[in-house]
Write a protein that binds this ligand. Structure first.
Ligand SMILES: [Zn+2]
Length: 85
């Protein structure tokens, strides 16, 4: 396994273990397929919050409102969103 393939998403921290986990299937992209579009461009903040909230609802079975708060707290701690006003 190369180092490129075991990086984590700069937006949500998701561990990207295979090329398909990266946006556009590109191992060079620093964001996961949830946070960026297929060209590797980071999606708008609110879209990423929704996508991650949906993931928490699916994976952890928690309510959407709680999942949104978790997603915001998570994103606010990540490098990709540090510069957000
Ligand atoms: Zn991500």
């Amino acid at each position: 396994m190369s180092t490129e393939l075991c990086s984590s998403c700069g937006s949500c921290g998701f561990p990207m273990r295979s090329a398909e986990d990266h946006a556009g299937g590109d191992p060079q992209c620093g964001y996961c397929s949830t946070c960026a579009d297929p060209s590797g461009t980071l999606r708008p903040y609110e879209d990423v919050v929704e996508a991650n909230a949906d993931y928490f609802v699916r994976e952890q079975g928690i309510a959407l409102t709680a999942a949104r708060e978790m997603a915001r707290a998570l994103l606010d701690s990540m490098p990709a969103w540090k510069a957000r006003p």
